[in-house]
Design a binder for this molecule. Structure first.
Ligand SMILES: CSC[C@H]1O[C@H](OP(=O)(O)O)[C@H](O)[C@@H]1O
Length: 410
């Protein structure tokens, strides 16, 4: 069991990623030895999550340059390390290729643009390499610090809101996709707020604090199943009380809790007070691109004054170059990611089949739909800022002014 999505050895300059297509069945790390490898693991979603994508992408640049400059390898990539300007030109082409791997999350674009700025300033090959390595390591290390700050700022917003309405007692939260350690360098963004909430609730003890988190609902998040495969894996690892639900259960769950329906087999009667989601790109007016299914969660929340909708992200996810969400490019994923699914094979008793003596689970891919049908598979949607109550970053939590506008500025 591991929650370490990214491993980078600063002395050996080696990069590997946890293959998230195999979670929760197997823990397997895949080496990333070039920008091409970085593109592949990001494109195939072996590593995913807006911050993690940027970190792996930037580290793949470091690994490629190290092999070119220090080891004299990868000659087929046609870098000319004898000519700084030619090297910069070739690296720019490689960065643009890397950026094309997944277009919606802005973090990778921001990271590669920072590298391009370092290239402009570099007056030698050595300076170019060292500055990109230092930037990439800092991006990785800062992400963990920032996620902890997002957790604290999210808790501040939540307990401030509960105090304003004088809410007392236990509450639950709902989240979608995976925004935890498997999507970042650790702790997470939306799931980082959940971790921080749980830590505060557990520490304070239900009997002493006025309100506390007692349950989390995780949407399975079809079709990649980040919720059922990754978020459930993380919450189970942390022993945070949670229930997995399908994406189409949310409105009925909320209605059942609001009406305290004890006759519906609810795992907890603690009311959902917050829906907390991550983001792949938040633009200037606060419109938020996130995993498909997020927009409809905000529509549900908007029907209940007792539920607040929170978007959580580091500033590396914010794009001040776009004024509204209409400008965000939405990635379309392959049809077979919706019409088939991979899982651990079960025997007739429902026990997971082991593949061999190494207890590797036997993985099986199954079709869920007829062949050659029309499929629409957007990986993200855009939640208008009017349905968002707070945007939480490492700097603060933001709420809208009396005109219903967010002020996103640095
Ligand atoms: C902190 S992760 C942000 C974001 O990334 C995920 O997308 P994907 O799994 O396709 O990379 C999801 O939208 C998360 O909310």
């Amino acid at each position: 069991m591991s929650l370490e999505a990214i491993k980078f050895d600063k002395s050996d300059i080696k990069l590997s990623i946890l293959d998230q297509l195999l979670i929760p069945y197997q823990t397997k790390y895949v080496d990333v030895k070039s920008i091409g490898d970085g593109y592949d693991v990001i494109k195939k979603m072996q590593v995913r999550g807006a911050p993690a994508i940027a970190i792996v992408g930037c580290f793949s640049v470091v690994v490629e340059l190290y092999r070119i400059i220090e080891l004299g390898e990868l000659t087929s990539l046609r870098y000319n390390i004898q000519d700084l300007e030619e090297l910069k030109e070739r690296l720019t082409q490689r960065l643009d290729f890397l950026i094309s791997s997944r277009p919606t999350a802005v973090n990778l674009l921001n990271g590669c643009n920072e590298i391009k700025e370092l290239m402009v300033k570099a007056s030698s090959v050595r300076e170019l390499y060292n500055s990109i390595k230092e930037f990439s390591v800092k991006l990785f290390e800062d992400d963990l610090v920032n996620n902890k700050r997002i957790g604290d700022n999210g808790c501040d917003y939540i307990f401030n809101e509960l105090s304003k309405e004088n809410f007392k007692g236990e509450f639950s939260v709902l989240t979608i996709c995976n925004t935890g350690s498997l999507a970042t360098s650790g702790h997470g963004t939306a799931l980082g707020i959940v971790r921080s909430l749980w830590a505060r609730s557990k520490l304070s003890g239900a009997e002493s604090s006025e309100s506390w988190l007692s349950h989390v609902y995780a949407c399975e998040t079809r079709p990649y199943n980040q919720g059922s495969r990754l978020t459930a894996y993380e919450l189970d690892y942390e022993k945070i009380p949670f229930s997995l639900i399908t994406d189409n259960m949310v409105s009925f769950l909320v209605d059942s809790l609001v009406n305290e329906r004890k006759d519906r087999g609810l795992p907890s009667l603690a009311p959902i007070k917050f829906i907390i989601v991550g983001a792949d790109r938040i633009v200037k007016n606060g419109d938020l691109a996130n995993k498909i299914g997020t927009f409809q969660l905000s529509l549900i929340a908007s029907q209940y004054p007792s539920i607040k909708f929170i978007g959580a992200a580091p500033w590396t996810t914010i794009d001040l170059n776009k004024d509204s969400g209409d400008e965000i490019v939405i990635e379309q994923r392959p049809a077979n990611e919706l019409t088939s699914v991979m899982g651990g094979e079960l025997d007739e008793t429902g026990t997971v089949l082991q593949k061999d003596a190494s207890s590797k689970i036997k993985l099986t891919k199954v079709k869920l739909a007829p062949m050659d049908i029309s499929v629409w598979n957007p990986a993200f949607d855009v939640t208008p800022h009017k349905f968002i109550d707070s945007i939480v970053t490492e700097e603060s939590y933001l709420t809208k002014d009396s005109q219903g506008s967010f002020t996103l500025a640095r």
